[in-house]
Design a protein around this ligand. Sequence first.
Ligand code: G16
Length: 534
Amino acid sequence: MDLATLKEACSQYKKPTEFKPSYGTAGFRADASVLSSTVFRCGLLMAMRALKTGSVTGLVVTASHNPVEDNGVKLVEPTGYMLDQAWEVWANKLAAADDADDTCAVIQELFQAEDIPYGSGTVMLAHDTRPSADTLVKAAAAGVAAMGSLPIACGLLTTPQLHWMVRQCNARLKHKEKAYFEALATGYARLVSGTQALGEGLVVDCANGVGAAKLQVLADRLAPGMAAELRNTDGAEGRGLNESCGADFLQKERRLPAGFHDVPDGARCASLDGDADRLVYFRRHGSELELFDGDRIAVLAALLVMNILKMLPATEQQAPFTVGIVQTAYANGASTAYIKERLRAEVRLTPTGVKHLHAAAEEFDVGIYFEANGHGTVLFSAALVQRLHELGDESAPAKALLALVDMVNQAVGDALSGVLLVEAALRRKGWGLDQWAALYTDLPSRQLKVKVADRSVVATSHAETRVVSPAGLQLLIDDAVAAAPQGRAFVRPSGTEDVVRVYAEAASRAAADDLARAVARAVHATTAGVGPPP
Ligand code: G16
């Protein structure tokens, strides 16, 4: 690393004076026009992370479900997981540095504090369909190169694809995009072999994002075994991205996505988000939406895995492999009750953000984690995978589980592998949406967001179920909850938008709506809400 070159490069990426970047739920996110310095510095950071770990790291330029004018970065560990949380502090420090001198000072501090060896690392870069991608990928590459490291431009990819590629690369396994499709498609084919194809085809809302082109490749590979019709596939120059469509829109607004008012009533539909790391299923009843959210996908995945585990030889049942399901406070109470009472599986609650759920899921042999918004995956422990290999070809259930390990992205939640997971689970059970829906009935719930001057004034504890500040807000929430039959509500500052989020559920639709509004008004009153009260 040459200090003069580094300083010169840093001077090209000065932070806009008013901009105060902050590492949120899944990295940095803001209006794309102010982000170049942040993304450049994330390039610096991931080069240092590569040096520290002696492995390849990754960086995706994306703002996922946010509107097209936003952009952001997601940072990828050598394992394919999200950036080590201890390093988020460094990400913030670097992003906040005012000028080249400050930036270089933070770099030197980081080298010393983390005892980073000098040398040259490698960082894999990818981006989604946003028009600002070009400029920002260049900034990321400049950051990596300024550290004397090698940026590898992997081009247009879904976020989970890059996570998968980094993980595979460090494991010295095939890691090109072709290998990704191969792993998913062959895993699926092995898992559904001998089962009947589902009656009618799947219709997918691709949010006009990067998932459209990628899912098309997968669907072509699987045809005619899996018929999928893709809609909201435009995406050129970010056109229509997440606009009245996509998994986030469906889950928060509870409305049909654009372009779906003519699908046959009851047809099996799915929706991805802008960078294809979230998945929800749905069907249309007239103009109404019936949502099969992340909680329901988790339950289906648990049923699939637990059924197969039970088929393993008797010797494996003596000390059974542990299965755990990880949820957040957003999980519908009915899903949690079903998992505990009917599946008799362990449930863990963590704060919002895949980084928290993923860590908790790793504590089980099979850790199933899904946020209600559709972000999640199924993790298999190394010990379980090794045992399955030992059981080998003689054991059909071991083969099925190994197919799942290949098909389900082990690095991070992935809408494409999620589609295959749901389709395979339904096929193996011979189920349609009716049987899946009948497992339990969601409690009516409502989500609202309140615009506030500074979302950081809201602090929470107990996996975001209690408010610590501002003073008095939790008491107001408690009063509102007490007045609602089967009421439950919580608030948390968003980590991706300048809002405070409100979640409420209750015994009836009207009661859930009233509770959400009452809590939103309490937030507005205690946090200097922007605009009129909700
Ligand atoms: C990101 C995280 C998700 C999290 C979501 C919450 O999603 O990856 O784990 O659920 O943010 O967003 P907020 O903090 O605004 O409620 P994505 O899909 O936008 O990257």
